[in-house]
Design a binder for this molecule. Structure first.
Ligand code: COI
Length: 355
């Protein structure tokens, strides 16, 4: 039996934004979930508290060496009022895979799942209702020991914050302009590319910022060794529809095992679409664009769900995909996933869990 969760309710409630004003990750709810780890005790004292700052010693290990992890999943309010988490089990599993890679002590999957349902339930009034909005759940672990030696910490803090969100990209579902990066490296096999940890994202910032200044929405990463194989778009997985096949790079250690990636692959296989998880070079994509067989490109991620790519810039060339419009399969995936998330379509794979 796991330790019961203590709940301390906020006495002051914040004002909630209107659904139409929601963007991504700027507003936080009234409560958060917190749990501590000490070497002698293991994970202990699971609790829900009013949302607030943590006092951190300036020597706190995470601030120096980035020993941390995070996850990101969403809760949706259906028209029937039911609040559903989307594929929480997958996120629990990935959280512990990242913990392992980051030398962070494993968390009890049941406690992690309970932490999400409990804090979402306490703040259920914050789950927005319009289609395109949701409550983003951000579980995080940080090394909280004040210590400057380079080794895994002996103390950690697990916390979960909640943020009502709208679209991740201001473009919404409008196709994005993407710059292909061949002069910076985000990850190599054996590195942190498949871990949902701060350093993986820190490594992506400089190139993304440079691309933004040049008028692009995001970057497309190539492999870190040969700068040849397509890896991912920004922080999302990528899928290319070439001829009658949908191709996505394999999970070979440099990219995140996206939950939306898995969802899209499962749906497409169920629809009889030919899908291949295989290495694909940027040259193959360029050739397909030139001979007219590159029909669609889209990114998949929890935050943006499906984000169509309208243009790829590579070595001074601009490849326009599907005349810059969202493609038929990307649209079908978006509509199907969203319908399941809001409880408006059957959920044969049991991906949603009601809170
Ligand atoms: C996602 O959910 O697709 C992301 O990776 C974005 C997140 C890190 C804000």
């Amino acid at each position: 039996m796991s330790e019961p969760i203590r709940i301390t309710r906020a006495t002051h409630k914040k004002e909630k934004p209107k659904d139409k004003d929601l963007s991504f990750g700027t507003v936080f709810t009234d409560h958060m979930f917190v749990m501590d780890f000490e070497e002698e005790k293991g994970w202990y004292d699971p609790r829900v508290e009013p949302y607030g700052a943590f006092p951190l010693d300036p020597a706190t290990a995470v601030l120096h060496y980035g020993q941390s992890l995070f996850e990101g999943l969403k809760a949706f309010r259906g028209k029937d009022g039911t609040i559903r988490l989307f594929r929480p089990q997958k996120h629990v599993e990935r959280l512990n895979r990242t913990a392992h890679r980051m030398s962070i002590p494993a968390l009890d999957p049941e406690v992690v799942f309970k932490s999400w349902t409990t804090v979402v339930d306490v703040d259920r009034a914050w789950v927005p209702a319009s289609v395109g909005t949701s409550l983003y759940i951000r579980p995080t672990v940080i090394a909280s020991e004040p210590f400057l030696g380079v080794r895994p910490a002996k103390r950690y803090l697990y916390y979960v914050i909640l943020s009502p969100v709208g679209p991740y990209y201001p473009e919404g579902l409008a196709p994005t302009k993407i710059k292909v990066i061949d002069n910076y490296v985000r990850a190599v096999a054996g590195g942190l590319g498949e871990a949902k940890t701060a350093a993986n994202y820190a490594a992506s910032l400089y190139a993304a910022e440079e691309a933004k200044h040049e008028g692009f929405t995001q970057v497309l990463w190539l492999d870190g060794v040969q700068h040849k194989y397509i890896e991912e778009v920004g922080t999302s997985n990528i899928m290319l529809r070439i001829g009658d096949e949908v191709i996505t790079p394999p999970l070979s250690g440099t990219i995140l095992a996206g939950v939306t990636r898995d969802t899209a692959l499962t749906l497409m296989r169920g629809w009889g679409v030919r899908v291949a998880e295989r290495p694909i070079t940027i040259d193959e994509a360029v050739a397909a664009a030139e001979n007219g067989t590159l029909r669609e490109v889209w990114a998949t991620g929890t935050a943006a769900v499906i984000s169509p790519v309208g243009e790829l810039a590579y070595k001074g060339r601009r490849l326009v995909v599907n005349q810059g419009r969202i493609g038929e399969l990307a649209q079908k995936l978006y509509d199907t996933i969203v319908a399941i998330q809001y409880g408006e379509a059957p959920d044969p794979h049991r991906w949603t869990v009601a809170v």
